[in-house]
Design a protein. Structure first.
Length: 238
């Protein structure tokens, strides 16, 4: 099986945001959340899982997303866009991003999901400009009324340092967030403004409080406006 410009990933916790990427070996991406089947000579029958597809590569063409040889995305995914949850088959498969209408694979990975898993995958640009895929299990348990949940993902290949995220004027939500890593989910009050900064930079960006609404779950991913400053993008999960 051909594997192009991909990352090794390992899921260590089903709903924690423990980083699941190894940057030391940029060879092949394997998601390992499948349950082990201990039966003898019995086929494993999987149901469906849910997958959200994101394109984070600045300057890329819109992407089609495939599971094995089947196109899953219903419309091309441009830079900065995320699909809603798409229904895919659980179990082991191969996923890939291709320029829309093209057969050329920009990034591919092996994927293993349990039935009813919810997962988000990101098409990313490596530091050398090649394409790759990273992904994380999603928390789908809605917060209480008056609260929101949020996690942060660093996809700024051009950044020279890690990212810190704070409640504006208050507590830290993520510190030292490295490239291609995710924070854990934090529960915040609705309408809470956030501030994000590249470590060592004096140019923070603000995420307005109106972004975060009651009972909602969010992924905020960052890419680079420059080597020391950020763009942010918000995905509402539910």
């Amino acid at each position: 099986m051909l594997q192009l410009n991909t990352f090794i990933m390992k899921i260590n916790s089903r709903l924690s945001a423990t980083p699941i990427l190894s940057l030391l070996t940029i060879l092949t991406l394997t998601f390992t959340s499948c349950k082990k089947d201990n039966s003898v000579n019995e086929p494993v029958v999987y149901g469906d899982a849910s997958l959200k597809v994101v394109n984070t590569v600045q300057g890329s063409l819109a992407q089609d997303f495939f599971q094995n040889d089947t196109k899953i995305s219903t419309t091309p995914v441009a830079y900065g866009e995320a699909t809603g949850y798409l229904t895919i088959k659980a179990g082991n498969s191969t996923i890939s991003y291709k320029n829309t209408g093209s057969t050329t694979v920009n990034a591919t990975a092996g994927l293993g999901l349990n039935t009813n898993d919810s997962f988000t995958v990101f098409y990313v640009s490596n530091a050398n400009g090649s394409g790759g895929i990273i992904g994380f299990l999603d928390d789908t348990v809605a917060p209480a009324t008056g609260k929101a949940k949020v996690r942060f993902v660093n996809i700024g290949a051009a950044l020279t340092n890690t990212i810190n995220v704070n409640i504006t004027g208050g507590a830290a939500l993520a510190t030292g967030l490295q490239y291609t890593r995710s924070s854990v989910y934090s529960t915040i009050d609705v309408n809470t403004g956030l501030t994000a900064t590249v470590l060592g930079s004096t140019t923070p960006i603000s995420i307005p409080g109106v972004t975060f609404q009651t009972g909602k779950i969010y992924t905020v991913w960052f890419d680079a406006a420059s080597s020391t400053s950020l763009n942010y993008h918000v995905i509402q999960q539910n």
